[in-house]
Design a protein around this ligand. Structure first.
Ligand code: MG
Length: 325
């Protein structure tokens, strides 16, 4: 069935759309009450985040906009040391979108929410004129018990760990858009298992960021700026999937500016670095984690190249690839 403006009228068609697709996929005791707002248990300290998802294409190798919308928000909560608890889901749907696609997207959101241990507790649907596009906003709430992670806490001698290969999501979306056939799959995933394991084992994490739009180069520059330190990397330690490496070379892209949707960078105290690496490697989605460098005095991001040189790594300038998330 195609979506029409009637599905956004607030009347019978809207009710049918919500009941048959969203409520049916997300069902949980909080949402099922169908009140004007969700009432949930709280915590002394909470993390709140929101993000809108406009990825093009909405279905791609390794996931779809629904999985992305849950993982992106869940991961942003985790990056502050919070345990994700509740998320909201607001859809803006252009008329002409197919309910088959909406069902697949809602099912992917429900599955990702289940994996991440969060409830989707509130939602909204709007239909607008257009050409079948689907956009999603998710907001999330997480509880913080114990120390929160913060960019300004990075300090000299800290060790920089990435949880896996760089650029996968970006390369998958770009391959799809350009019609290039390869086996590159988006890494979109919720990173709860590795982050909560690090917290539970008492690893001294100073800062953590998910490596999304702008790529590792941009994220590390932000951390270096916030903490007034220098991030020194070793180029040959940065994990990159072989197919992504060839793809990047072929198109003349910079892997340091390519985004992921299921990878993080953790800055941890030197004493805990090897244990942190082991924990991440043993966690789901972390098997290719690597120590890629350390924090020193100075500023910016510097990379030691494989042939012994040093080069500065900048932030992404300009738009890069739009609509990656
Ligand atoms: Mg983030």
């Amino acid at each position: 069935m195609k979506i029409t403006l009637a599905h956004g009228s607030g009347g019978a068609s809207t009710k049918e759309l919500i009941e048959q697709i969203f409520a049916a996929s997300y069902n949980n005791p909080v949402l099922d009450m169908m009140e004007d707002s969700a009432v949930v248990d709280g915590s002394k300290k909470i993390a709140i985040t929101t993000d809108s998802f406009v990825v093009d294409p909405i279905f791609f190798k390794g996931g779809n906009i629904g999985r992305l919308a849950v993982c992106g928000t869940v991961n942003d909560l985790l990056m502050r040391g919070a345990t994700p608890k509740y998320i909201t889901s607001a859809f803006i749907i252009e008329e002409g979108a197919d309910t088959k696609d909406l069902k697949l997207i809602a099912a992917a959101m429900a599955q990702a929410a289940k994996e991440a241990g969060v409830y989707i507790v509130a939602g909204d649907t709007k239909v607008i004129n257009g050409n079948g596009g689907i956009y999603i906003n998710t907001s999330g709430v997480g509880f913080i018990d114990g120390p929160d992670f913060c960019s300004s806490r990075c300090k000299e001698d800290d060790v920089i760990i990435v949880s896996g290969s760089m650029g996968d999501h970006h390369a998958a979306i770009l391959s799809h858009r350009m019609g290039i056939k390869n086996d590159i799959v988006s890494d979109v995933a919720p990173l709860c298992e590795m982050v909560l394991a690090l917290k539970n084992k008492g690893i001294e994490v100073h800062a953590m960021r998910d490596v999304t739009r702008g790529g590792l180069g941009t994220v590390l520059n932000e951390l270096a700026d916030a903490s007034k330190t220098c991030f020194e990397l070793e180029e040959d330690k940065i994990p990159v999937n072989e197919q992504v490496r060839s793809f990047v070379k072929l198109l003349g892209l910079n892997i340091m500016h390519m985004g992921n949707e299921g990878k993080l960078v953790a800055v941890v105290a030197k004493k805990d670095a090897n244990e942190a690496l082991r924990i991440i490697r043993e966690s789901k989605y972390g098997e290719n984690a690597a120590i890629i460098g350390s924090v020193t005095s100075g500023d910016g991001v510097v990379m030691k190249t494989a042939i012994g040189g040093k080069k500065k790594v900048g932030i992404l300038i300009g738009e890069g690839l739009p609509r990656i998330c």
